[in-house]
Ligand binder design. Structure first.
Ligand SMILES: NC(=O)c1ccc[n+]([C@@H]2O[C@H](COP(=O)([O-])OP(=O)(O)OC[C@H]3O[C@@H](n4cnc5c(N)ncnc54)[C@H](OP(=O)(O)O)[C@@H]3O)[C@@H](O)[C@H]2O)c1
Length: 252
């Protein structure tokens, strides 16, 4: 039986990935800090689910997780765990920034790096890195660290995609870049959306459909697809001012 590993499966988009993949027949490995929530989810799903409680902001824990995952036969890795924070760069917490960099970047980087060789050797499998529409922009004033972490995710994923293509590998990697999705994200990031959000279920289902089609950058909504095109056409300073305007509307 094929197995998928999802980080950040205790809530939001990650939980919807778990529900959909289990419905499709995948066994699951569910990762997050909230062990009880993961267990409650595992108990409800129709396929076999292993839960691995892990704080992905701790490097040693992520390395230990990667070693465990290497002993399982994983066919899909979804690096979904992540969070943001709103505020002027010189006013937000350094500790929260560093935790964000460790969860959004370090953990995703370690898990991708440790598992990709196994996928390549087997010449099959999918890696889905959850970035954000934030990863498509030049920068995100008032959410500077979050946007920068997600730009890292889209950049890393795109580079690996090309390496896999040039190696004629059947392994596929993609970055999911949604705009607003109705989850617990806002509460953690201290924001309210300036645009209406889509449901976590529709986001996860769309992402999986596009992943299996071999798409590199997956953008679920028309408005964000249009914004991604605008970034390529409009001057950087203009886009930064536009992004700042949108971000200011997110202040609670
Ligand atoms: N919602 C949006 O509008 C939106 C838009 C674009 C991209 N995204 C991205 O989508 C992904 C999922 O977010 P979401 O919207 O579903 O938010 P969410 O409901 O807050 O879920 C975040 C998940 O990440 C996990 N997580 C956070 N810190 C962790 C840590 N230190 N160790 C392990 N797990 C951790 C949380 O689990 P525990 O708390 O149990 O550890 C939770 O399962 C994130 O990468 C986010 O940046 C979200």
């Amino acid at each position: 039986m094929a197995t998928a590993c999802i980080t950040g499966a205790s809530s939001g988009i990650g939980m919807e990935f778990a529900k959909k993949l289990s419905k499709m027949g995948y066994d699951l490995i569910l990762v997050a800090r909230s062990a009880n929530t993961l267990q409650a989810l595992a108990d409800k799903l129709p396929t076999h689910c292993e839960i691995i409680p892990c704080d992905l902001s701790i490097e040693d824990s992520v390395i230990e997780l990667a070693q465990t995952l290497k002993t399982r036969s994983i066919t899909i890795l979804i690096n979904n765990a992540g969070f943001g924070d709103l505020g002027e760069f010189d006013q937000t917490s350094l500790n929260k920034d560093l935790d964000m960099i460790r969860v959004n970047i370090m953990a995703l980087h370690i898990l991708t790096k440790e598992l990709l060789p196994i996928f390549k050797k087997r010449n099959s499998g999918y890696i889905l890195n959850v970035a954000s529409s934030a990863g498509l922009f030049y920068g995100g004033p008032y959410m500077a660290t979050y946007y920068a972490t997600k730009a890292y995710v889209t950049s890393l994923t795109s580079a690996i995609y090309e390496e896999l293509k040039e190696a004629r590998s059947n392994v596929h990697i993609a970055a999911l870049c949604p705009g607003p999705v109705d989850t617990n994200f806002n509460n953690v990031a201290n924001v309210r959306f300036s645009l209406p959000g889509i449901s976590a279920k529709s986001c996860a289902n769309y992402a999986l459909k596009e992943l299996f089609k071999g798409r590199l950058i997956i953008v679920p909504t028309f408005i964000m697809k249009a914004a991604a095109i605008a970034v390529r056409i409009l001057p950087r300073k203009y886009m930064l001012a536009m992004t700042a305007k949108q971000q200011k509307k997110k202040q609670l």
